[in-house]
Design a binder for this molecule. Structure first.
Ligand code: UDP
Length: 221
C-alpha cells in the first residue's frame, strides 16, 4: 500500500516523461513499483519496464493516495483528463527534471512537466498542466496560461504572455515584449516549428515562418 503514481499517456510524450517520474520518486525513496503508466487504449501490459493500467484499474489498485501527471501533448485531452482525475480523487503531479533551472520568484501551476535542460527565468508565472519539453526556456516576467504546450527547444523571451491552450512548435523563438506591453500569443494559437514570432499572435491563429505570419488556407504567406 502507500501512494500510487501514474504517467497518464503511454505514447511518445508519456514514454519521454516516465524516466523523469522514475527519477523523481527515486530521489524521494519511493519504490519504482509504485509507478505505473495509465492509458485508456493499452497496447501491452508493460511499457519500457513499467506496468500499464487502464484508468479504472488505477483507481481500483490498492493505494492511500493517487497522483498522475498528464503526459499527452494535446492540451484539450489534458484538460478533459484533469477533470476526470479531479472527480476520481487523483491528485495532479508535477515533474521537474533534476537539471531544470528555476530562477527567483517563479509560480508553477499544478501538473507541470519541466523536461531536462528547461530554464524558467525570474518572476515567471505559469498556469496548470504546462508542458515544457527538452531545452525550452521561459525568460523573465513572462506569463504562461493553463494547458500550454512547448515542444522541444522553444525560446520564449522576457515579457511574453502565452494564453491558455496555446501550442508552440519545436525551436520556435518568441520575441520579448516590454513591461506593461507584452508580446502575446493568444488562446489556442499555434506557433509552427522554427517560427520567429515578432508580433502578437491572435487567439486561435496558426503562424509559421520568419517573421511568423498567419497560415492562409492552402498556402503559407
Ligand atoms: N489517451 C488516453 N486517454 C485519452 C486520450 C488519449 O489514454 O482520453 C492516450 C492514448 O491512448 C495514447 C496517448 O494518450 O496512448 C496519446 O498519444 P499520442 O501519440 O496521440 O500523443 P503524444 O504521446 O505525443 O501526446
Amino acid at each position: 500500500n502507500g501512494a500510487l503514481f501514474a504517467v497518464y499517456g503511454a505514447s511518445g510524450c508519456g514514454r519521454s516523461v516516465m524516466p523523469l517520474a522514475r527519477a523523481q520518486l527515486q530521489a524521494q525513496g519511493i519504490a519504482p513499483a509504485r509507478l505505473v503508466f495509465v492509458d485508456d487504449r493499452p497496447e501491452s501490459a508493460v511499457v519500457n519496464g513499467q506496468r500499464l493500467l487502464r484508468y479504472e484499474e488505477f483507481l481500483d489498485a490498492p493505494a492511500t493516495t493517487r497522483h498522475a501527471v498528464l503526459a499527452i501533448a494535446q492540451s484539450g485531452i489534458r484538460e478533459r483528463l484533469a477533470d476526470r482525475c479531479r472527480v476520481g480523487g487523483v491528485q495532479a503531479w508535477t515533474l521537474i527534471a533534476a537539471n531544470a533551472v528555476v530562477m527567483d520568484d517563479v509560480t508553477l501551476g499544478e501538473g507541470a512537466i519541466l523536461s531536462p535542460f528547461v530554464t524558467l527565468g525570474s518572476n515567471v508565472r505559469i498556469g496548470r498542466h504546462f508542458h515544457a519539453n527538452l531545452y525550452c526556456y521561459v525568460e523573465h516576467d513572462s506569463v504562461i496560461g493553463d494547458f500550454v504546450t512547448f515542444a522541444p527547444g522553444v525560446k520564449c523571451n522576457g515579457n511574453v504572455v502565452v494564453e491558455d491552450h496555446a501550442y508552440v512548435g519545436a525551436g520556435a523563438v518568441i520575441k520579448h515584449g516590454r513591461p506593461g506591453q507584452p508580446m502575446t500569443i493568444g488562446r489556442g494559437a499555434v506557433v509552427g516549428m522554427g517560427a520567429v514570432v515578432t508580433r502578437d499572435v491572435p487567439a486561435g491563429v496558426t503562424v509559421a515562418g520568419n517573421p511568423a505570419r498567419p497560415l492562409v488556407k492552402g498556402r503559407s504567406c
